[in-house]
Design a protein around this ligand. Structure first.
Ligand SMILES: Nc1ncnc2c1ncn2[C@@H]1O[C@H](COP(=O)(O)OP(=O)(O)OP(=O)(O)O)[C@@H](O)[C@H]1O
Ligand SMILES: [Mg+2]
Length: 226
């Protein structure tokens, strides 16, 4: 099968201008990730991993260089195309879950569905996804603060999947979890990869990185060659 690139960065630099001086978070970085790959991004704290994931997900735009997502230059996308990309093509799982505190677990998962379809879910998809990640009906009525870290992470995975994205981006998906819950989350991500999705995870944990097919190491905003 020919490899199809879904993420391409060519000579990408990201600078955060601060009063105290510019921070070069990504420094002339070039990376290609193909459709269906399972990639771990590893590197020390502050090396630019989250910044990289934000560019890959179209949440932020590079200062210079070229970024293509599913073959399209991000700078040439209209607002509508960008919104569509963020809502439908890419699922995000954030380190701190980023669930909406006032909504129940069910409502959190349903939220991107409503944004996409402009109506409530009458297909049963939200309930199915929650059941699939081991959140039962009773738990689904709880607010995020009434759930454990592992349960919140599983709700966040269900939410990331509700619009059936081809690409999953996960920032330290096991970072706040105990070993056993972390292993369950990794099993879920591996299963999603086996279904053909492109899965990209940022992790500090070598045992988590080892479960990916490929590791991209970054340091000081640059790719470290193996
Ligand atoms: N919004 C921002 N404004 C200014 N500087 C930032 C911003 N976000 C990140 N940085 C800086 O950019 C660099 C890379 O940060 P980033 O969050 O990408 O690192 P990281 O590899 O994800 O670290 P960690 O493992 O601790 O999460 C750091 O020096 C950080 O201080
Ligand atoms: Mg980070």
């Amino acid at each position: 099968m020919t490899a199809v690139p879904v993420i391409e960065l060519a000579d990408v630099t990201k600078i955060y201008p601060l009063a105290s001086g510019d921070v070069v978070a990504l420094d002339h970085l070039s990376i290609r990730i193909d459709k269906g790959e399972f990639v771990a991004i590893m590197g020390p704290s502050g090396s630019g991993k989250s910044t990289l994931l934000n560019q890959i997900g179209g949440l932020d735009v590079p200062t210079s260089g070229i970024l293509r997502i599913t073959g399209k230059n991000i700078r040439q996308m209209s607002d509508e195309e960008l919104t569509n990309l963020r809502l439908n093509a890419i699922g995000y799982i954030f380190q701190k879950f980023n669930l909406i505190p006032l909504l129940s677990a069910y409502e959190n998962v349903e939220y991107p569905f409503i944004l996409k379809h402009r109506c409530n879910d009458d297909t049963g998809r939200v309930s199915q996804l929650l059941a699939g990640v081991g959140i039962n009906r009773r738990m689904a009525e709880h607010k995020p603060a009434e759930l454990s870290g592992g349960q919140q992470q599983r709700v966040a995975i269900a939410r990331a999947l509700v619009n059936d994205p081809d690409i999953l981006l996960c920032d330290e998906p096991t970072g706040n979890l105990d070993t056993k819950t972390g292993a369950q989350i990794m099993e879920m991500l591996t299963a999603l990869h086996n279904q053909g999705r492109t899965v990209i995870i940022v992790t500090h944990d070598p045992s988590v990185g080892a479960q990916a097919e490929r590791i991209i190491r970054i340091k000081d905003g640059k790719v470290e060659e193996p």
